[in-house]
Every structure is written in structure tokens, then in C-alpha cells.
Design a protein around this ligand. Structure first.
Ligand SMILES: Nc1nc2c(ncn2[C@@H]2O[C@H](COP(=O)(O)OP(=O)(O)OP(=O)(O)O)[C@@H](O)[C@H]2O)c(=O)[nH]1
Ligand SMILES: [Mg+2]
Length: 360
């Protein structure tokens, strides 16, 4: 097997490396599934690199890594290679009321060329959620594409399409049906050999169904959505990189319940370019965009050049991102302090043991 077939940019890496290069196809609680030039294998992280020194970023699905290949058992991951893109969110799921605890970056996938933001045209369509996806996707370093699924269920979806196009500025929007195959040919430009596409969206949006339609066979499980509220059943439970016969890699992901902002300065600039064009144009440079005279934002809204909802969304996401950034910095320093304390404690108990041994 040649790792280049999995999108490995071999020209950027030395062939004299002591280790072997690999791509992460799935992560299962500390166990990594990889593809290497020798075929598929499983691996764990090398503790001295990932846990003791905390120098490397934890690998995620889609990452290229360097490993110590073991022909007889589990290999060891020794380095996470530089990413060309990553989708990171603040993982708010499963936390209590104390907001400070909810600051946790989750890197969903890495090294992809396109992010397919998937929402179904019937019950799942949600513009506020779409704005979140677009902001995080622009930040990822790859190109976002909106894919509206289940077109076969709606006779006329022109209104939905128009409202999505209004907020997905500079982004291609496609309506498709995995069931009938409608619109799938229109995605051909993204599915070029060697490219990687990550599928994101709520449970039940039809991500795995599109994987299967592209593969021409069942590679991922698909389950009916709940009839009472049309919610998905969280069928896909881990992120999986699949190489299609066409030489394209697809990363299927579980439906995400929460989509908290992380570092999104670039993402906000791109996804809210309609808002950004008015910023900095106010009469006063320190304008708070409240009741000051000559406020360009206020005038744009009054003149109908900017939708109020867009301004509101922009403020909400910006505020959330600033809060997260603040807390993340705080928690990082706290983590560092805790690690230092643990090392000291370990050293101290070692010294105490040695002193006691000397006494006996
Ligand atoms: N009518 C119709 N149903 C579809 C289409 N695509 C998916 N479905 C149905 O939607 C349901 C959920 O599809 P999945 O592909 O499992 O959705 P998913 O996004 O992978 O969901 P999770 O794995 O839970 O995140 C299944 O019952 C599919 O048959 C479509 O184009 N048309
Ligand atoms: Mg799925």
C-alpha cells in the first residue's frame, strides 16, 4: 500500500525517518486504527511524548502520524505531523451548570480539503446552527460546502435554498438525495482523487447514507430516525475515515449535539463578511453600536443593507468565542500548574521512600 493513496504529502517529509508514516482512520478511546505502507494496524500513543512532556497534539481521525511500527502487535505513535486543516469545537456535551468546566477543545477531524455541512431539508434545517458550522468550518483552514439532504422529501424547497444562500456567503450550496441519487453528480468537483472530505451535521441528517451512496455499497450503518420527533438515533458512534474506490477519502462523523465556538477569529471574519464590511465605518472609532450617532451598523440595519438577525448572530458568536478564549487560557495555565504539582509530588514521595530505605 502506498500512503500517498491516502493523501499523504510525501514530498514534505524525509524518507530517512526512523519511524514509519501512517494516517489515522479511527480513534477508539486511546486505541488508534491506522493505515501504513504495510497495511492496516492498531497503535497507542507513546507516553513519554504525549503524556509526560505534553509536547505533541493528540492525533485525531485524518491525522498523519509517525509511528514505531511493530510487526507483531500494537505500534506506537511518536509524532503528530503538522496539519493542513482541523475542525475544532468547544465540546459542551455532558457538562453540568458550572460553565467554567465546559471549556474543552475537541478536534473532530484533521487534514481535509472540504467540510460538508449537512442538514436535511425537512425538519433539521436550522439557520442559527448553520451559522455556527460555517464559522467553525471557515476557521478549519478547508473549504466549507453546504449540503442540504433528503430533497426527495420536499416538493418545493426553493425558499429553504434561498434562506441558506443568504447566510452562506461565498459558499457553494447543494441540494441532494442519497435515496434517489439526485444532485450527487453535482458534488464531483470535490471528490477528486487524493482529496479528503469530512461530513458534519446533526444525527439523522444523512451523512452515512451519502457515504454509502458514494461507495455504491453499505460501508456505514444507517438507522431510521425517530418517528415522533424526527431526531436521529446517533447511529454512527465514532469518526471513521473511509477510502472510496475513486481514491477519495471521506470522514464520516457522529451527529454533534453541541457546537460551541472555539478559536474563530478567522472564521467569523469569513462567515460574517456582510457584517464585517460595516465595522470600522462608524463616526466614532470606539463606537459600541448602541445609540451613538453615526453608527454604521445601525444605519445599515435601518437602511435594510444588513439583516438584524445577522448582527445578533455575529455578536452572540463573537461573545461566546471571547469567553471561551479567556477561560481556555485560564484553564491551560491551571492544567500546567496541576501537572507541575503532580511532578513535584511524585519527586517528593520518591525522595521520602529513598530516605526511608536508607534508614533501614
Ligand atoms: N428520504 C430520504 N431519507 C434519507 C436520505 N438520506 C438519509 N435518509 C434517512 O435518514 C435516516 C438517517 O440517515 P443516516 O445516514 O443514518 O444519518 P446520519 O447523519 O449518518 O446519522 P448519525 O449517524 O446518527 O449521525 C435514515 O433513515 C436514512 O434512510 C435521503 O436522501 N432521503
Ligand atoms: Mg451516521
Amino acid at each position: 500500500m502506498n500512503l500517498k493513496d491516502y493523501g499523504f504529502p510525501a514530498q514534505n517529509y524525509s524518507i530517512d525517518t526512523e519511524g514509519t508514516y501512517a494516517r489515522v482512520t479511527a480513534v477508539h478511546k486511546g486505541n488508534y486504527s491506522l493505515v501504513t505502507e504495510y497495511g492496516e494496524c492498531t497503535a497507542k500513543l507513546k507516553s513519554s511524548v504525549y503524556f509526560n512532556n505534553c509536547t505533541e497534539e493528540f492525533p485525531t481521525t485524518g491525522d498523519f502520524v509517525e509511528i514505531q511500527y511493530n510487526t507483531e502487535g500494537e505500534s506506537l505513535i511518536i509524532k503528530t505531523l503538522k496539519r493542513k486543516s482541523k475542525f475544532a469545537r468547544n465540546d459542551l456535551s455532558g457538562h453540568g451548570s458550572e460553565y467554567v468546566k465546559t471549556i474543552k477543545e475537541q478536534t473532530v477531524a484533521a487534514n481535509f480539503d472540504y467540510v460538508f455541512i449537512m442538514q436535511s431539508l425537512n425538519h433539521d434545517l436550522n439557520l442559527k446552527r448553520l451559522e455556527r458550522y460555517l464559522t467553525l468550518s471557515w476557521q478549519s483552514g478547508a473549504v466549507p460546502v453546504v449540503v442540504l439532504t433528503k430533497s426527495d422529501l420536499i416538493e418545493d424547497y426553493s425558499a429553504q435554498l434561498a434562506s441558506v444562500k443568504q447566510i452562506a456567503i461565498g459558499v457553494d450550496v447543494h441540494a441532494i438525495s442519497a435515496k434517489t441519487g439526485y444532485g450527487i453528480d453535482g458534488l464531483a468537483d470535490y471528490f477528486k482523487k487524493g482529496k479528503t472530505v469530512v461530513f458534519l451535521g446533526s444525527s439523522g441528517a444523512g451523512k452515512s447514507s451519502l457515504v454509502n451512496a458514494l461507495a455504491g455499497q453499505k460501508v456505514m450503518s444507517v438507522k431510521e430516525i425517530r418517528e415522533d420527533d424526527s431526531k436521529g438515533r446517533h447511529t454512527t458512534t465514532h469518526r471513521q475515515l473511509i477510502r472510496l474506490d475513486s481514491g477519495v477519502m471521506v470522514i464520516d462523523t457522529p451527529g454533534m449535539r453541541e457546537l460551541g465556538m472555539w478559536n474563530v477569529s478567522e472564521g467569523l471574519r469569513e462567515s460574517f463578511s456582510d457584517v464585517k464590511q460595516f465595522l470600522g465605518r462608524c463616526k466614532f472609532s470606539d463606537c459600541k453600536h448602541q445609540s451613538e450617532p453615526g453608527c454604521a451598523i445601525k444605519m445599515a440595519i435601518e437602511d435594510g443593507n444588513l439583516a438584524y438577525e445577522r448582527w445578533e448572530s455575529y455578536l452572540t458568536l463573537k461573545k461566546e468565542a471571547a469567553f471561551v478564549d479567556d477561560k481556555a487560557t485560564y484553564l491551560r495555565s491551571k492544567d500546567h500548574q496541576q501537572i507541575t504539582m503532580k511532578v513535584w509530588e511524585r519527586q517528593k514521595s520518591k525522595e521520602t521512600r529513598r530516605t526511608n530505605d536508607d534508614k533501614h
